[in-house]
Design a protein around this ligand. Structure first.
Ligand code: NAD
Length: 249
């Protein structure tokens, strides 16, 4: 049985990591998937790998026009939408004393403003009974070294999502927060940890996780499927921690 048969799903940052794994799973489950990313070649390659007629759209979530153009495309091609996953994100770990205003703005333009204006542009197309998933982070609730700016940008989107769960009540649109712990994706290469220090870093992260290891993108994709499908039909406004228990550790 396909759990998303006939559904139309947009996944920002769907050309890599958690977003791509989710796009693959949603497509296998019968959804028409539309992924976004910043680079044409990577988006095209990902859409081909996802298959099932997946469509790739290039754009920067920090640009308001991108959301408007994406909404126009979805409206013209499909008329409506069922699932919007605001997943694109960036990270750069820096102690607060060293954060530049450019770095601060980049986190908030992508992780926070990109989510807000994406939902503002796409939510009007979501059919009654559809749903929104916002990818936040364990860092939004747990203090981790040098995560302050990233944590703030991710805590804000969790707050947006809780408010939207109430705002969209008249249209019965569920809004939930997917909160990953450390997951093996390309984003880990952007943490400022050198290749040489990477094994030590990964061992250290694993030691903090009760599951004893980092997560895999597929494990987040399955959680997203739960939230997006009828399996999660009575789940609304929650923060789903998919982190091997790290929130508690
Ligand atoms: P990733 O680097 O593989 O994916 C990030 C995606 O976001 C990429 O597709 C990238 O193209 C896209 N992106 C970044 N900036 C963009 C912009 N300005 N416009 C459009 N697209 C943009 O990393 P991932 O781990 O799959 O990250 C997915 C989400 O999960 C992010 O929001 C991230 O903050 C969050 N997250 C990841 C982890 C982890 O350990 N991997 C932990 C907690 C939260």
């Amino acid at each position: 049985m396909q759990h998303l048969k006939g559904k139309i799903a947009v996944i920002t940052g769907g050309n890599s990591g958690i977003g791509k794994a989710t796009a693959c799973l949603f497509a296998k489950e019968g959804a028409q998937v539309i992924i976004t990313g910043r680079r044409q070649d990577i988006v095209d390659q990902a859409a081909t790998e996802i298959g099932h007629g997946a469509i790739g759209v290039v754009g920067d979530v920090a640009e308001l026009n991108h959301h408007k153009e994406l909404a126009d495309m979805v409206k013209t091609k499909f008329g409506c939408l069922d699932i919007y996953m605001a997943n694109a994100g960036v990270i750069n770990l820096t102690a607060s004393g060293n954060v530049t205003s450019e770095d601060y703005d980049r986190h908030f333009a992508t992780n926070t403003r990109g989510v807000f204006f994406g939902v503002q542009a796409l939510a009007p197309l979501i059919r009654d009974g559809g749903n929104i998933i916002v990818t936040s982070s364990l860092a939004a609730t747990k203090v981790l070294p040098d995560h302050t700016v990233y944590a703030g940008s991710k805590a804000a989107v969790a707050a947006f999502a809780r408010n939207w769960a109430i705002e969209f009540k008249p249209r019965k649109i569920r809004v939930n927060i997917l909160s990953p712990g450390p997951v093996e994706t390309a984003i880990l290469g952007k943490l400022g940890v050198s290749e040489a220090d990477r094994p030590e870093f990964e061992n250290y992260m694993a030691s903090l996780i009760p599951a004893g290891r980092m997560g895999q993108p597929d494990e987040l994709a399955r959680a997203a499927l739960f939230l997006a499908s009828d399996a999660g039909s009575f789940v609304n406004g929650i923060e789903l921690h998919v982190d091997g228990g790290m929130t508690l550790a």
